[in-house]
Design a protein around this ligand. Sequence first.
Ligand code: HEC
Ligand code: HEC
Length: 340
Amino acid sequence: MSSLEMNKIAAAILVGGILTLGVGIVSNAIYNPERRAHEGAGGEEGGAAPAPAAAPVAVEPISKLLASADPAKGEAIAKKCMTCHTFEKGGPNKVGPDLWGVIGRQAGSHEGFAYSDAIKAVGKPWTYEMINHFIANPKQYAPGTKMTFPGLPKAEDRANVIAFIRTKADSPAPLPSDADIQAAEDQYKKDQEAAAKPAAEAPKPEANAAAPATGGGEASGFQPSLSMIAAADPAKGEAISKKCLTCHTFAKGGPNKIGPDLWSVIGRQAGSHEGFAYSDAIKKLGKPWDFESLDHFIYSPKDFAPGTKMTFAGLKKPEERAALLRWLRDQNDNPPELPK
Ligand code: HEC
Ligand code: HEC
């Protein structure tokens, strides 16, 4: 294969990665349909590229409202959900899964229900705020979800519904703490800021796609390691991981250092380790880490997530990344399936 062809393939993969990233960002920034309609923005955000004219508006948090929310009002509103969901212990799945105990339950995990990949990819247990974002606008939060429900635009309605859902559990989850409420408010502020300048923050696929043609730039050097991971030697990977230890631990319950602890990072939502102050660049990724995104990130952190605080030049050799990812895969409560 000529090196030009290799470059084209590398560029295609890179652009693919960026598009995936774009979708993540879009699904992360929740759009307010009323405001969008008002501003006359057209089109759907479910696709690859966000329209620059769209005016995304962050979803108002409900953590603060929950303590004073009214479960009885919520039950009345939840009649809308009952077309598709039951809320009883051991209740049947209907069009949607039974929602008894859904707060704190792993997304996409109710027995016997065939979830979309969109919900399975959420990759972590439902929190109050995740449900809040999801029911505000399901297809923006989880593009490709089978839940064909337009969403509840009013924060008050969502708070009441969630207060009702909270009672539908063996033991209701604790109400959000002051710290949780603060975190939700802070996140809201950041989402609003990000929403205010989506075009400036979005990655520039054109620039990266152009790089291979000129023969320069890091994009042209990227070779995916995915197909090499299954056969790679975890012991070699462990040796390579020493480079990461300056900043990271890889132990279950290990402390955050300069970077977050990386136990179970594959499958974990990017930017979600408790107690670590991530850059917006990582939080914006908006989905769980998988082999592919890690392959790109570790190749060149600053290209994959411009603005990241991870000041690590990157591992340029695909064999090294393959070995590292093979080893990293085992540092996990639920080691994910190896890529073929
Ligand atoms: C038209 C049918 C429909 C309506 C109405 C509906 N849902 Fe759903 N819901 C679904 C389907 C289908 C899924 C599975 C989604 C998937 O796999 O993509 C789902 C999934 C969910 C999940 C994720 C459950 C899990 O186990 O991960 C939650 C939470 C949820 N719905 C809450 C609600 C709430 C709250 C309402 C009312 C405000 C509601 N839904 C209204 C069909 C519906
Ligand atoms: C010089 C310090 C440093 C080194 C060396 C380093 N990292 Fe990081 N890493 C960080 C910081 C800081 C962050 C948080 C980035 C942010 O918020 O922008 C991070 C974030 C990450 C994340 C995202 C975690 C999450 O919870 O979303 C992964 C994955 C990661 N690093 C993997 C690695 C691997 C693998 C290596 C070794 C090949 C490595 N890092 C080397 C500092 C470092």
